[in-house]
Design a binder for this molecule. Structure first.
Ligand code: 5HY
Length: 244
């Protein structure tokens, strides 16, 4: 199967790390391509950045659909533009947030999420409610590490993340941890070992769920809100998205 992984921010180094994390868990026969749009924020931290990341992500999904990819992953933890992407694509579209929440709820009665900055907490809490999984999540926490600092070994990011995981265990009674940023993908195994509980990375979770859905022949239903966009003209900078 051909899997397109879309990092909705425009930082190519982060896209490469996300692609490596996806390939590390992909089954033989799963061909992974990781891309990011040319336009948009270098990182997504909160509602404003998210709003400007959506069009670029959708343009990448539309390109992948034209090129015949079997499944798609939105590799940003707030599942940037996920529902709109499901309208554009015929194959399954997985958001790394939703995928991680579902896997965590299969191995723990209650999990906590640790994301980057406090301003990223509310969009994640809103998604948990939208997915009907808020009752399984003890708390969404932030380790106050900017997204792009995750790339910098000298930023102390891992230590701050690790300390927040310990607080989640002690204060939330968390039985599992969901890493709340695609940029944390390569940290899951070492953190699980260090803290002695399941640590779920959304990139890996989404890859395995995409493979499962495609292997079972399941694609996005087009009977309801994920039906293909209505044919109409788009004006201005989005004229390229016209499908009329
Ligand atoms: C992410 N931002 O996964 C989110 C994390 C966050 O650029 N990639 C980003 O802080 O919302």
């Amino acid at each position: 199967m051909r899997l397109l992984v879309v990092n909705p921010n425009t930082t190519a180094g982060m896209t490469a790390r996300i692609g490596a994390a996806a390939r590390a868990v992909a089954a033989a026969g799963t061909h992974v391509e990781a891309v990011n749009p040319a336009s948009g924020p270098v990182s997504i931290e909160g509602y404003f950045d998210e709003a400007f990341a959506v069009p670029g992500a959708l343009q990448e999904i539309a390109r992948g659909e034209r090129e015949g990819y079997d499944a798609f992953i939105i590799a940003c933890f707030d599942d940037t533009g996920l529902e709109a992407a499901r309208c554009v694509a015929s194959g399954p579209v997985l958001g790394i947030g939703e995928a991680a929440f579902h896997l965590a709820s299969l191995v723990a009665h209650r999990f906590s999420v640790v994301t980057t900055l406090s301003r990223s907490i509310a969009p994640i809490e809103t998604n948990l409610m939208k997915y009907g999984l808020e009752r399984r999540c003890a708390r969404v926490r932030a380790c106050e590490v900017p997204v792009l600092a995750l790339d910098d070994p000298a930023s102390g990011a891992v230590e701050r993340l690790s300390a927040e995981i310990e607080r989640a265990k002690a204060e939330d009674g968390a039985e599992a941890i969901v890493l709340g940023c695609a940029g944390m993908a390569d940290l899951a195994a070492s953190l699980a070992h260090r803290h002695g509980l399941p640590v779920i990375d959304g990139v890996a979770a989404a890859v395995k769920l995409a493979e499962t859905l495609v292997s079972l022949g399941h694609a996005t239903s087009k009977l309801g809100p994920y039906a293909a966009p209505l044919p109409k003209a788009f004006a201005g900078v989005f004229a390229g998205m016209s499908n009329g």
